[in-house]
Design a protein around this ligand. Structure first.
Ligand SMILES: O=C(O)CCC(=O)C(=O)O
Length: 379
């Protein structure tokens, strides 16, 4: 073999795949959780970004979030369009979105990887049929419950994994509270100045311990430059953020429960993947109850300094966005959720599909990004 092709092969080497494989082998004891991001972001000169003045404490609380002064928003040199928001979720709102994902975002007619089974009349309501004690009493090679096999569901415009297209007619109402929350995050980092951002489609990823999400780009939406908002819940994950080609070394990030990543403009063309889930967070029923009490206390303390009118309007928003919905969750839902997330991570991945000027039927003819998956796994 001549030296030339060898050299070329080296230049074109898929470094992203190497990182994916290395990270997949890591155990929680191999990493320094506390300093992981600090070490891996060092060469990208992480910068803390200011949050929009508009995001006052009472507005944040209306969305179940901590006051913006406690958030940490990081941007990286040379990675335009990337934002990492940490410490914005109150523990109670982490619970809220975990429950919302499990109880509400798994229900028929929402599509999921179980939809083919649902067509046979079963598994339409995998959460309702979940028995947390089932797996404990059955041997491991027996069939898992549908909820344990659930890997993804889709909200709003439904992506068709067979034809690899979005269709105008395949639409299920996009949750208004999730849309408002994502808009709030996007505006907090100074994007969406003209207030046009419109979340219309989402993938809810359910990751059991040991699962991965292959290397892919999220650029199938018609408007593939508008902000993608990705919310991590429950256990932590290593997220690899590469470049528009896979020969560059990706950045390794540890995403914990409540971390939010925003990717916009050219960042939407970057390859990314989730090679590892770490079971780190311990959440139990008492944690849920305490977090609810704590949130209510924070809300009342913040509002007691405001006039009556502000108090009333702020409480009304919090009621409609959070408390009315929390009331739908039963004690059994909370107990089941505690068991479910003992070994799992959830990710809400929200996008805008259309440009404002699009009024033609939706029909995106591009390739499914998950076909690039390193190990064939899909969410
Ligand atoms: O789970 C994550 O953090 C990322 C998910 C993702 O990239 C996707 O759904 O396309």
């Amino acid at each position: 073999m001549s030296a030339e092709p060898e050299k070329k092969a080296k230049i074109n080497h898929d470094h992203f795949r190497d990182h994916f494989r290395q990270c997949k082998q890591l155990n929680v004891s191999d990493i320094d959780i506390e300093h992981f991001n600090k070490q891996s972001l060092e060469s990208y000169q992480p910068k803390l970004q200011h949050i929009s003045q508009n995001h006052c404490a009472k507005k944040c609380l209306s969305f179940g979030l901590n006051p913006a002064k406690t958030w940490k928003v990081t941007t990286l040199a040379g990675v335009a369009g990337f934002y990492l928001i940490q410490n914005s979720f109150h523990n109670f709102s982490k619970w809220f979105w975990i429950l919302r994902s499990l109880v509400d975002f798994t229900k028929f007619p929402i599509k999921s990887n179980l939809t083919a089974e649902a067509a046979l009349g079963s598994h339409r309501f995998p959460w309702q049929h979940y028995d947390p004690n089932f797996s404990k009493t059955k041997s491991s090679n027996e069939k898992k419950q549908p909820i344990e096999r659930l890997r993804w569901t889709t909200l709003g415009y439904q992506y068709n994994w067979e034809t690899k297209k979005y269709y105008a007619g395949h639409y299920i109402d996009f949750p208004d509270d999730l849309a408002s929350l994502c808009r709030f995050f996007v505006q907090s980092v100074g994007l969406d100045e003209d207030k046009q951002y419109n979340p219309e489609t989402a993938i809810v990823n359910f990751y059991p311990e040991g699962s991965t999400l292959g290397i892919h780009c999220d650029n199938l939406e018609w408007d593939s430059t508008s902000p993608l908002v990705s919310i991590s819940l429950a256990h932590s994950a290593i997220f690899l953020l590469g470049d528009a080609d896979r020969t560059r070394e990706p950045i390794r990030l540890l995403l914990n429960s409540g971390d939010v990543v925003i990717m916009t403009d050219s960042c939407r063309q970057r390859f990314h993947a989730v090679p590892k889930i770490f079971t780190t967070d311990k959440m139990d029923k008492i944690d849920f109850e305490r977090s609810k009490e704590d949130f209510l206390r924070n809300l009342n303390e913040t509002l007691c300094t405001c006039g009556e009118e502000t108090q009333t309007s702020c409480k009304a928003v919090t009621k409609s966005l959070i408390f009315d919905r929390v009331d739908h969750f039963s004690t059994e839902d909370v107990i089941k959720a505690v068991e479910y997330i003992r070994t799992r991570r959830i990710n809400l991945n929200v996008r805008q599909l259309k440009k404002l000027t699009d009024d033609v039927p939706l029909n995106c003819d591009e390739i499914d990004p998950r076909l690039n998956s390193v190990d064939g796994s899909s969410p």
